[in-house]
Write a protein that binds this ligand. Structure first.
Ligand code: SF4
Length: 352
């Protein structure tokens, strides 16, 4: 037998559910685990059956992204009974000033109770307590690697992740970039970049915006209506350096919601004329987002930037969503036409 065949058979098999932080960190995880000689098995894109199964195992008040995570785990372990581990990282804090939602803090513990789940491979990110490199060493240790090997793997993963972020800031969409990562392809932009008549900022957690099943392929719907979409991932790093001060009494402790506020701060000021509208995709029963969307909505009103909030759950329907998108787009198009007409009239009067 071919020796390369033998070595690939010996690899430790690690399953990764395609849900939650997959849409934010997969390139980093993939590089890290592959550098540690692991074979990664990814669950398929979300579908109706995965959602239904996740809903059955998640209690009623749980947000849909976590229910989908349950469904993805169940699908992954059923299709791959030979998995050595299931990779369920625990994201607590990746910056000192903010936390992730508590659902991420407890994820490895709650996943253990699902049926047939293999050993959990943990990777804890909590920079308030210890550097990420420490977790990489622990991960390497669990996989039988030395401290040096683990640190090298971590450095390579971080380098690759930086390249990935640069690619997104050059204008690549997350879904396009993730496809390239999955296929081990170089980061190249599509030949034709989509340019629409309107430009919207699409806000929300990556798992809401880039899971095309649960959001009913929302970005495609916008593009079909002539809208170019910008997401937080495409914005320059400099916008995220300074924290947003809401007021003396109210501080934002949530990591992703802070990023939303930081991007909004730019479009409320210098970037006001760079976009025509803002849409916020929110999961039903999401505490952090419901608070932030209220603040965003108030700010949008102040500067007169059109804003639409869409709440998603497992019952969201195609027809209702389409109607809301169409009326929002039409309203902005009418407004733009009127503005253009008014300024034309003004310049005619001046020439006369
Ligand atoms: S931030 Fe909201 S949507 Fe995300 S896991 Fe927490 S509750 Fe669910």
């Amino acid at each position: 037998m071919d020796t390369s065949d033998q070595s690939s058979k010996k690899k430790i098999k690690v399953g990764i559910p395609r849900a939650l932080h997959f849409y934010r960190y997969y390139p980093f995880w993939k590089k890290l685990l592959e550098e540690l000689d692991v074979e990664i098995i990814l669950s398929p894109p979300t579908n109706k059956k995965i959602v239904e199964e996740g809903v059955t195992h998640g209690f009623g008040e749980l947000c849909i992204p976590v229910k989908i995570y349950y469904g993805q785990v169940l699908k992954l372990v059923r299709d791959n009974p030979d998995l050595d581990y299931l990779f369920v990282p625990r994201y607590v804090a990746e910056v000192k000033e903010a936390y992730f939602c508590p659902k991420f803090l407890s994820l490895p513990d709650v996943i253990k109770i699902l049926p047939e789940v293999p050993k959990i491979l943990n990777f804890e990110v909590n920079v308030k307590e210890f550097p990420i490199a420490t977790s990489a060493i622990e991960l390497g240790n669990e996989l039988g690697k030395s401290q040096n090997e683990a640190l090298n793997a971590y450095r390579e993963a971080q380098k690759y992740f930086d390249e990935y972020h640069d690619f997104l800031r050059d204008g690549a969409s997350v879904n396009h970039a993730l496809r390239l990562v999955e296929r081990n392809r170089p980061f190249t932009l599509p030949k034709k970049k989509y340019k629409g008549d309107l430009k919207f900022l699409l806000l929300g957690h990556a798992y809401n915006i880039f899971d095309t099943f649960i959001n009913l392929d929302f970005q495609k719907k916008l593009q079909d209506h002539g809208v170019e979409v910008l997401t937080i991932e495409n914005l320059p790093e400099s916008l995220f350096k300074e924290p947003v001060i809401i007021n003396k009494r109210l501080r934002n402790y949530w990591r992703h919601e802070e990023e939303i506020m930081q991007s909004i701060r730019y479009f409320l000021t210098k970037g006001r004329d760079e976009i025509d509208g803002v849409i916020f995709l929110i999961s039903f029963a999401c505490g952090p987002d419901s608070l932030i969307s209220e603040l965003v909505m108030r700010d949008m009103k102040v500067v007169g930037l059109p804003f639409l909030e869409i709440i998603m759950d497992e019952h969201s329907g195609e027809a209702g969503l389409l109607t809301r998108v169409e009326s929002f787009v039409e309203m902005i198009q009418r407004k733009k036409k009127k503005l253009a007409l008014d300024s034309k009239k003004k310049s005619t009067v001046k020439t006369l």
